[in-house]
Design a binder for this molecule. Structure first.
Ligand code: TXA
Ligand code: MG
Length: 305
């Protein structure tokens, strides 16, 4: 159910949860300083409490109210990429409720690029917002997806809908900069700013990597073995087995289009109740394609729990 800005503000200040569109995907929001609102995010999503959330801010003063320090590099990256889909891991002040960070000494923080949401955060303070989907299901990138998971009456803030379709890129300084999650900002752009290569961290640093993610119910197959699949997900200029239903991710030469379609199509194949689906992941190893391939690979590891 779409709600107005003033309704959204009222609900959040009452300690309730609402869904908000960000430029990446929908978030399930609660005010950081209201612990019951944060607890409810975990129960609504059926999310493990060991998996901390991203905190969304509207200005640098809000960042300073949450973190112990900001390195020169971190400040430079904020200036370059915020508002936008870059999440930074920074040392948390003890005053940040432990439920917001799963008792970790750090927090994940970003400034989303959506005017309505920024205004809301400016007025109510920082909000925690993991993606607005049930844990284990494909990320919610449309109003229909949020309603599918939380019901038609669940409040969703009005305004522009996500345009990227994939989550933010997460990086942290340990003390070298490491990539914790491939995301909407291509790593090459961050490497260019840092003038250094970004290596993908071991799984320890980002709890979300332990959990099954992004998968449709159908078992997804990749590569040469098409087994006895019932449908194909691919690109519009390529030719596949014509006898099977085809789901079009867009043009192979347009990664932004593919990114925007990916989770929507995962949910669409679930609506058809397919059990086995083949997905074409033969894409270049660069830029946003790397994030798309990582999401496909995580979704293909088996059935969703
Ligand atoms: O684009 C996005 O990032 C979206 C929108 C709503 O902003 N949010 C999102 O949140 O993707 P979520 O909860 O689905 O993913 C948050 C990820 C998880 O993998 C979590 O483990 C990681 O961030 N994370 C959170 N706090 C962390 C910390 N202190 N250290 C390392 N990883 C952390
Ligand atoms: Mg998520």
């Amino acid at each position: 159910m779409i709600i107005s800005f003033s309704e959204a503000k009222k609900l959040l200040l009452e300690g309730k949860n609402i869904a908000v569109p960000t430029e990446t995907v929908y978030g399930l929001a609660g005010i950081v300083s209201i612990e019951s609102a944060l607890e409810r995010i975990y129960s609504l999503k059926n999310r493990s409490k060991k998996n901390p959330m991203i905190i969304h801010v509207a200005n640098l003063n809000q960042v300073k109210s949450l973190v112990k320090s900001i390195s020169d590099d971190a400040l430079m990256l904020m200036k370059k990429f915020w508002p936008g889909p870059l999440t930074l891991i920074l040392p948390a002040k003890e005053s940040v409720p432990s439920v917001a960070r799963s008792d970790m000494p750090t927090i994940a923080i970003r400034m989303p690029q959506n005017d309505q949401v920024l205004k809301l955060i400016e007025e109510v303070g920082p909000i925690a917002a993991p993606s607005a989907n049930l844990s284990g299901k494909p990320t919610a990138t449309t109003i229909e997806a949020v309603e599918e998971d939380f019901g038609k009456n669940f409040p969703i803030l009005e305004g522009s809908i996500p345009e990227v379709g994939l989550e933010s890129t997460i990086i942290g300084q340990f003390p070298e900069w490491k990539l914790l999650r491939f995301g909407a900002i291509p790593i090459e752009e961050i490497e260019f700013m840092l003038q250094n290569k970004l290596s993908f961290s071991s799984e320890i640093a980002c709890p979300g990597n332990f959990f099954k993610h992004y998968s449709p119910k159908a078992k997804l197959y990749r590569g040469k073995n098409t087994r006895d699949v019932q449908a194909i997900i691919g690109y519009n200029e390529r030719t596949y087995d014509q006898s099977l239903p085809f789901f079009d991710l867009g043009s192979e030469s347009n990664p932004r289009e593919i990114a925007k379609n990916l989770f929507r199509i995962f949910r669409l194949i679930d609506a058809h109740n397919f059990e086995k689906v083949w997905i074409d992941d033969e894409l270049p190893n660069q830029g946003l394609y790397l994030t798309i391939k990582e999401r496909i690979s995580r979704a293909s590891e088996g059935e969703s729990s």
